[in-house]
Design a protein around this ligand. Sequence first.
Ligand code: ADP
Length: 259
Amino acid sequence: MSPTDSARQADADALLTVTGLHKAFGANEVLRGIDLSVRRGEVLVLIGPSGSGKTTVLRSINGLEIPDAGIVTAPDGIRIDYSAKPAKKDILAMRDRTAMVFQHNNLFPHMTVLENIIEGPVQVKGVSKAVATAEAVALLDRVGLAEKRDVYPFQLSGGQAQRVGIVRALALKPQLLLFDEPTSALDPELVGEVLAVMKELADEGWTMVVVTHEISFARGVADEILFMDGGVIVERGTPKEIFTAPKQERTKQFLHRIL
Ligand code: ADP
């Protein structure tokens, strides 16, 4: 296969491609040309110091943040060029394919666990309440929370609430799962149960983009690691390449600080 052929092959397999992403908040240039792609079934992990732009990348992927420039492409002809005026229908289509798990679970406090989970499928996707409920119960069972279906979020531990947040994302049947530091607000003893669910999802073949400081998770689960600093990708590679033989001085310093 010629290099051109293999590049084409890579493109055909990509579930998401982002090129030339730029974003400024006022004078603060937060993203300065981000390129990445994720293939089906791959787990891409973004690491880097606080403020380096990782969350903004995630939010730009699903149009929660509107970048100043950059092209986001996905299968079925979705191509959003933020330098031109992006078509609203493409941004909505992209949102439809993705689901995000946030740092702080943003469950609706006045709804039970079950109501939180079926809200999106029923209200946004038009699934019948009976079907959405059956699917939600099966998903809750999978993460060991079947008995919590009728409790309210305040009755959950932080780890349980994040697992419900993951179930809520799965219930939308997205093609791509986005995780924004899902364990960083948890007490240390609750982190493992959330990472275990995420690992299971990776093993099942979900395509995931994960922002995390959990290096052992990144090492064990990621197919590719991107190290970001100052709004650029400083270095990218397999976990082995990044964690055992980082090439860039900035990557070495960051890892030295956190490992
Ligand atoms: P990270 O996820 O790596 O911590 P972020 O993407 O959250 O980085 O933030 C990158 C920079 O963008 C930070 O300086 C942050 O203060 C700034 N920023 C993020 N969101 C906003 C916003 N909505 N308005 C203004 N500045 C923002």
